[in-house]
Design a protein around this ligand. Structure first.
Ligand code: ASP
Length: 322
């Protein structure tokens, strides 16, 4: 039997049949995929290509999401993630990241400075410590002790943006910053197992010490290998307040499609937060049956899908029509 066929049978007839409510199998789904899948927030096609290459070579979804998001962490042109990220209001680049595997293990780092690949530090926290999250100086010390190099992450472009911002020094969230904020990525590998990763430099010019949703398991990222995974981007405070990614996964557990679950999570934000028109919130989800979808509060959210080597960018549906 071909590995692709085995993959489909395992997902549709095997594991999922035993562990997921029948409603999930019956749920209508917009977009079907019959093989490995990678989805990621915004238009990070190179990240998807790297993740796809990992899956195609037989690596597990965990390696795929780590390798995928690392391409964005290393890219100085992406000013919302890793090296080249915009600094906080005091001029420091501080990074948040989280990772979660099919077994439900997870690791994260927050307020991490001087280390280019927070996602790999988060993975090390997951695999080599008894903890889930390390913060600030402790996370940095752990990274250095584990062979990560200390690097200046503030690029001349990011420093310039900070100096321009300092003229007015007003903290105001910008909706869809240049269309490439946090990268959140979900992957299903050839065995049908799911993993997810999320990494960011957070909101530009935030207060020193501010941590967003991305390193908070259940907020910026959640994966349950019986059901599916979800990631978030946008105003972290709003996402944390509704436990956004956990909420999306739980709604999929109840039988919603990926897009329906993401929409319901956005509607929860709207219901609970009066100033919802002032910020963007976006969710992206992948179900155990290989279907996926996203939903945003404002227009402008896009996501990259790989069900074959070349990724496609899709525009997300959104709540606010203007
Ligand atoms: N969610 C990120 C944070 O609040 C930022 C973003 O996705 O734009 O840190």
């Amino acid at each position: 039997m071909s590995s692709r066929r085995k993959f489909i049978e395992k997902v549709l007839g095997g594991t999922i049949g035993l562990t997921v409510a029948p409603a999930l199998l019956r749920a209508k789904s917009g977009k079907n995929a019959e093989g490995p899948v990678v989805i990621s927030t915004w238009n990070n096609v190179n990240a998807n290509r790297a993740a796809w290459a990992a899956l195609a070579s037989g690596k597990p979804a965990l390696d795929a999401v780590e390798e995928g998001v690392k391409t964005v962490e290393a890219d100085p042109k992406d000013m919302s993630v890793g090296y080249g990220g915009r600094p906080d209001r005091d001029g420091h680049v501080t990074l948040d990241a989280s990772i979660m595997n099919a077994a439900g293990d997870c690791g994260s780092v927050c307020f991490l400075q001087d280390i280019k690949h927070p996602i790999s530090v988060a993975r090390k926290v997951m695999e080599d410590t008894p903890h889930v999250m390390l913060a600030g100086a402790g996370a940095r010390q752990f990274a250095l002790e584990n062979g990560f190099q200390e690097e200046n992450l503030l690029t001349p472009e990011a420093e310039k943006a900070w100096k321009v911002w300092q003229k007015e020094a007003k903290y105001k969230p910008i909706i869809n910053i240049e269309n490439h904020d946090t990268i959140g990525m979900l992957a299903m590998d050839q065995q049908g197992d799911l993993s997810g990763a999320c990494t960011t430099s957070g909101l530009a010019f935030k207060m020193h010490g501010r941590v967003g949703d991305s390193p908070i398991i259940g907020a910026g990222l959640f994966v349950d290998n019986e059901v599916g995974g979800a990631v978030a981007t946008g105003m972290g405070e709003a996402i944390v307040k509704v436990c956004g990614s956990f909420l999306v996964v739980e709604l999929m557990r109840q039988g919603r499609t990926a897009e329906e679950a993401c929409r319901a999570a956005v509607e929860r934000v709207v219901k609970k937060q009066k100033n919802y028109e002032e910020f963007q919130v976006c969710f992206l989800a992948l179900r155990k049956d290989g279907t996926y979808g996203g939903y945003a509060l404002h227009k402008g959210f896009t996501y990259a899908i790989s069900t074959e080597p070349e990724p496609k960018i899709t525009k997300s549906s959104f709540y606010l029509s203007r």
